[in-house]
Design a protein around this ligand. Structure first.
Ligand SMILES: NC(=O)c1ccc[n+]([C@@H]2O[C@H](COP(=O)([O-])OP(=O)(O)OC[C@H]3O[C@@H](n4cnc5c(N)ncnc54)[C@H](OP(=O)(O)O)[C@@H]3O)[C@@H](O)[C@H]2O)c1
Length: 260
């Protein structure tokens, strides 16, 4: 307990799913955590559930596709806690559709949210991270940024772009002792990511279909990703930058054949 004591972290999309688990884990380890998202009710419920740990949490309604919101988010973190050490670019959206069928408007949605947002958040956070003497940026990609999945092309493309952007930033920010790493999960349950595609009621069947494709025999849980994020946020990874860390039950090794 307490390996993030004295640190301040921002977690975008911290009101639900993976971001919520990361924010909670960072709080347990003593960090002051600022979560953001667009839905006030999700943020308030998340913050209310994190009051008993040693860390502190603050919710800021902010959209990562809006530059002004990003600036306000970073400024709030520094104003409230006096510093910024960790930034988790977790906010993201997923949509399905074959490349010759998908609505072209989804190009804008996916690139703006999954790539432009993290880029602008990183850029806006750099001065504060420098003032803190260095820091850790963690970007949430996906196995979809590494492998080609049919009918998921624009999402794959957005996550692959985020990975490259992260690695360039890792090179550019290294002289300032700012590390930039990427987590690539496979299917993680208990999130809202697939709701717009399958509807809440259709999601369990989606989970059941993908479960056998993970060599370790189960889908992920938000807490699995939170543990990896904690490692990358902490001094325990002080000589790690620019990595694409697969946290995926071995899914990146697998073919589409179920384990038999
Ligand atoms: N679940 C998986 O299987 C899986 C696998 C691989 C990678 N990932 C990645 O993990 C990350 C977290 O996803 P999740 O699975 O936890 O899904 P989730 O529950 O849907 O979380 C996504 C969060 O992002 C926020 N968000 C979306 N657009 C935003 C915007 N423009 N500005 C601010 N916040 C925004 C959402 O809140 P609001 O709607 O209130 O803004 C939501 O809280 C995503 O980047 C996703 O691509 C997930």
């Amino acid at each position: 307990m307490g390996i993030l004591k004295g640190k301040t972290a921002i977690v975008t999309g911290g009101g639900t799913g993976i971001g919520l688990a990361i924010a909670r884990r960072f709080c347990e380890e003593g960090a002051a955590v600022v979560i953001c998202g667009r839905r006030e009710d999700r943020l308030q419920a998340a913050a209310a559930g994190m009051t008993d740990g040693p860390g502190r949490v603050c919710a800021v309604r902010a959209d990562v596709t809006v530059e002004e919101d990003i600036r306000r988010l970073i400024a709030t973190a520094e104003e409230k806690t006096g510093r910024l050490d960790i930034v988790v670019n977790n906010a993201g959206v997923m949509r399905f559709g074959k490349l010759d069928e998908v609505d072209p408007a989804q190009w804008e949605l996916l690139l703006k949210t999954n790539v432009w947002g993290p880029w602008r958040v990183m850029v806006a956070a750099l001065p504060a991270l420098r003032r803190a003497g260095g820091g850790s940026i963690i970007n949430l990609s996906s196995i979809a940024g590494i492998k080609a999945f049919p009918a998921t092309g624009l999402y794959c493309m957005s996550k692959a772009a985020l990975q490259t952007l992260s690695q360039v930033m890792a090179m550019e920010a290294a002289p300032d002792k700012i590390r930039v790493n990427v987590i690539c999960p496979a299917l993680v349950e208990e999130t809202e990511l697939a709701d717009p595609i399958f509807g809440r009621e259709g999601v369990p069947q989606f989970y059941d279909t993908l479960r056998p494709l993970h060599p370790l025999g189960r889908n992920g849980r938000p807490a699995d990703i939170a543990e990896a994020a904690l490692f990358l946020a902490s001094e325990q990874s002080s000589w790690v930058t620019g990595v694409l860390l697969s946290v995926d039950g071995g899914r990146h090794l697998a073919t589409n054949r179920p384990v038999i």
